[in-house]
Structures are given as structure tokens and as C-alpha cells.
Ligand binder design. Sequence first.
Ligand code: GDP
Length: 137
Amino acid sequence: MEQTLSIIKPDAVAKNVVGKILDRFESAGLRIAATRKMQLSRADAEAFYAVHAERPFFGELVEFMISGPVVVSVLEGVNAMSINRDLMGATNPKEAAAGTIRADFADSIDANAVHGSDSVENAANEIKFFFSDREIC
Ligand code: GDP
């Protein structure tokens, strides 16, 4: 059984499509092992995206991620990381395949509806960033 981290980003929370996105995960056979709505602080967003700190879009990414609440979840299932990445679609919604979350709910490369861990190793670190063991069940 594998776990991965999902974030429903501020654009999708503002559009009131949290339930529709969580349904995509469950309909694909993933289980929601933990979930929480929260407002990220600037320090949270900078730490979470530290790997992108040198990228030209880092400032915009942090501003966007703190522009409103997010919904963070641990998704669990066989191949959960790659299944979630397939459900999300390409980073740029204009390139995302039809029927993916980003094709259906995202507007731009910043406001792209969802984050999902991109490796099993990163997933473990990202899950620890947001959840304690007793919150995951
Ligand atoms: P992801 O794993 O598909 O989310 O993509 P990345 O890990 O490469 O990038 C992290 C996030 O940074 C993306 O989801 C986008 O929100 C943002 N991002 C990536 N590339 C760009 C870019 O070229 N411009 C801007 N403004 N944001 C970007």
C-alpha cells in the first residue's frame, strides 16, 4: 500500500470544487487516509516549495499558495503516487489531457488546482510536513 500527498490549491477551493476533486480520488480507487482544510502561512509555503526557491516563478508560487485556504490530504492505495499524478494531468492546464483534474478545473500554470507528490520518497516527506502519524488512518 502506498501513500501520497495531495493539495487542493486556493483556486480550486475558491471555485467550491473540493468535493468534486476528492471524488476523483475515491472514484479512482484511492482512499482518503487524512484530510484538512487550512490557511498556509508564508513560511509554510516557502518551506514546502523550498526545492523551487531558485526558480523565477518562486515568488508568484508562494503568493498564490497563501492567497486562500487549501485542502491537504493523504491518499492511499496501490500505486497511489502515480495514479494521483495521472488524475492531475500536466502542470500547465493547457497541456493537460481531457478528463484530468487540471483540464477540468484549472485556469493557468500558477492556478493549476492541485499539487501531488512526484515520487514516493517526496511523498513521505510531504506527508510528514503536514500530518502526524495519529492523523493518518
Ligand atoms: P507539478 O509537480 O506538476 O505541480 O509541477 P512542478 O513541481 O514542476 O512545479 C510546482 C508548481 O510550480 C506548479 O504546480 C505550478 O503551480 C508552479 N509552476 C511550475 N512551473 C511554472 C512556471 O513556469 N510559471 C509559473 N508561474 N508557475 C510555475
